[in-house]
Design a protein. Structure first.
Length: 366
C-alpha cells in the first residue's frame, strides 16, 4: 500500500479512516499526494460526497440543500437537495410551484437563460432537464458509472450545456431542430480534481478549475486559450460579465484574474483570519449579473460563512452569514443582483438583501 493515487475517491476515503485527520506523517507514508488525501478527507467530512458503510456503498443524508438557481426572470427558485427531489419555489412568496422526482439527488442546478427549463445534475441519472411549465423531465446525458457532478451551466444563449465532475469536463450542444447532441469532452482529470465550470459572457469560452489551475477553453476548437495558476487547489470558478475570472480554493484564497492573459488582478481579503489556520476552502462563488458584486462561500469542519465583496475594488462589504456545526451548500444571485439565495445542510433556503444583509425569507425543505 505504498501509493493510493490510483484509488477512486470512495475507496480513498475509507483508507483515510485508518489515519488520524491531522496525522501528516502517516499520510505522507501512505502516499506523497498529501494534498489530494486532505482534499478527499474534507469533502467527505462535509458530506459533499458522503461515502459511508463498506467500501463501494453510498449513504445519503436527506434534506441537505446543495444547489440553488434563479430563473431568468427571477420569479422562480430551483433547489437541489440530498432527498432525490428537485424543488421549484415562487421566489416572491415562497410557495411551492413544482417538484421533480429524480431518483438521485441534484448536486447542481441551473436555469435556462431563455425559459423555465432547469438543468439538474448528479448521481447515476447524470443530467436531466426539467420543464417547470409542463412538469416534464428528460435525460440529456448519463454517465457510464456514478458521476459526482460539481457544476452545470447553460451558455448565455442557451445553445450549450457545460458540466464537470471530479473526472471530466464536457459540453453538450443544443439544437432546436435536432435536439441535444453528444457530449464533447474538453478535458479529463488525469489525476487532478476538476471543480467549477463557468461560461464567458459571449459563451465562446468555458473556464474550468483543474487541480491548482483554471483553464479557459475555446469551445469552437476545444483548445486552451489561457491557463491561470491559482497556487492552491481550485474548488470554485466564476466568470464575470466584465471578463474577469475568479478562482476560490484551499486556505480561503479567492483571486480575480484577467481571463485572456491569466494575469492576477487582485486577491480578496479573507473574511476571517482563521481561514488559513483552519484549512477553510472556498467551495462556491458567483458574480452578480452586472459584475459589480461577488459572493463566496467557505466551509471547513464545523464552520461555514458567506462573504460579499465589491467586485471592482475587492473590498469586503459584509460577512453575511456564519454557521457553526453545519455547512452552506448553495449560494446564488437573483437576476437583478439584489437578492442572494443561500441553502444549507440543515435543509433551509434563505433569501438575503444584498445591499443590507437583511434576511427576507427563510424556508425549510419539505
Amino acid at each position: 500500500m505504498s501509493s493510493l493515487s490510483s484509488l477512486p475517491d470512495a475507496l480513498l476515503y475509507h483508507a483515510l479512516t485508518f489515519v488520524g485527520e491531522n496525522d501528516d506523517a502517516r499520510c505522507a507514508g501512505l502516499d506523497k499526494s498529501w494534498a489530494r488525501l486532505r482534499r478527499v478527507w474534507v469533502i467527505c467530512r462535509l458530506s459533499k460526497y458522503p461515502f459511508a458503510g463498506t467500501p463501494g456503498t453510498l449513504t445519503r443524508r436527506t434534506g441537505q440543500v446543495i444547489a440553488a438557481a434563479f430563473s431568468c426572470d427571477g420569479k422562480l427558485l430551483a433547489v437541489g437537495a440530498k432527498d432525490d427531489v428537485l424543488t421549484v419555489y415562487d421566489a416572491a412568496t415562497g410557495a411551492l410551484r413544482r417538484t421533480f422526482a429524480r431518483g438521485e439527488w441534484a448536486d447542481c442546478v441551473a436555469f435556462s437563460p431563455t425559459d423555465s427549463t432547469v438543468l439538474a445534475a448528479g448521481g447515476d441519472r447524470g443530467i436531466i432537464t426539467c420543464n417547470v411549465a409542463t412538469g416534464e423531465s428528460c435525460q440529456v446525458w448519463r454517465a457510464a458509472d456514478f458521476f459526482a457532478s460539481d457544476s452545470v451551466a447553460y451558455s448565455p444563449d442557451a445553445s450549450t450545456i457545460a458540466f464537470c465532475g471530479y473526472d471530466l469536463a464536457a459540453v453538450i450542444d443544443i439544437d432546436g431542430v435536432r435536439g441535444v447532441g453528444p457530449a464533447r469532452v474538453l478535458t479529463t482529470s488525469d489525476g487532478l480534481s476538476i471543480h467549477g465550470a463557468a461560461f464567458s459572457p459571449t459563451g465562446s469560452v468555458l473556464a474550468v478549475g483543474i487541480g491548482t489551475k483554471v483553464k479557459c477553453f475555446d469551445l469552437a476548437t476545444g483548445h486552451v486559450r489561457s491557463e491561470i495558476e491559482h497556487g492552491v487547489d481550485v474548488w470554485s470558478v466564476a466568470y464575470s460579465p466584465l471578463g474577469t475570472v475568479s478562482a476560490g480554493g484551499d486556505f480561503g484564497k479567492v483571486a480575480f484574474y484577467d481571463a485572456s492573459t491569466g494575469q492576477l488582478q487582485r486577491e480578496l481579503r479573507s473574511v476571517s483570519p482563521e481561514f488559513s489556520s483552519r484549512g477553510q476552502s472556498v467551495l462556491q462563488s458567483c458574480f452578480s449579473p452586472d459584475g459589480s458584486t461577488f459572493a463566496s462561500q467557505g466551509s471547513d469542519l464545523g464552520y461555514a460563512t458567506i462573504a460579499i465583496y465589491d467586485a471592482e475594488t475587492g473590498q469586503l462589504r459584509r460577512e453575511l452569514n456564519r454557521k457553526i456545526g453545519q455547512s452552506i451548500g448553495a449560494v446564488t444571485f437573483s437576476p437583478d443582483g439584489q437578492t442572494l439565495a443561500v441553502g444549507d445542510y440543515d435543509g433551509k433556503v434563505a433569501l438575503y438583501e444584498v445591499a443590507t444583509g437583511e434576511l427576507r425569507r427563510m424556508r425549510r425543505q419539505p
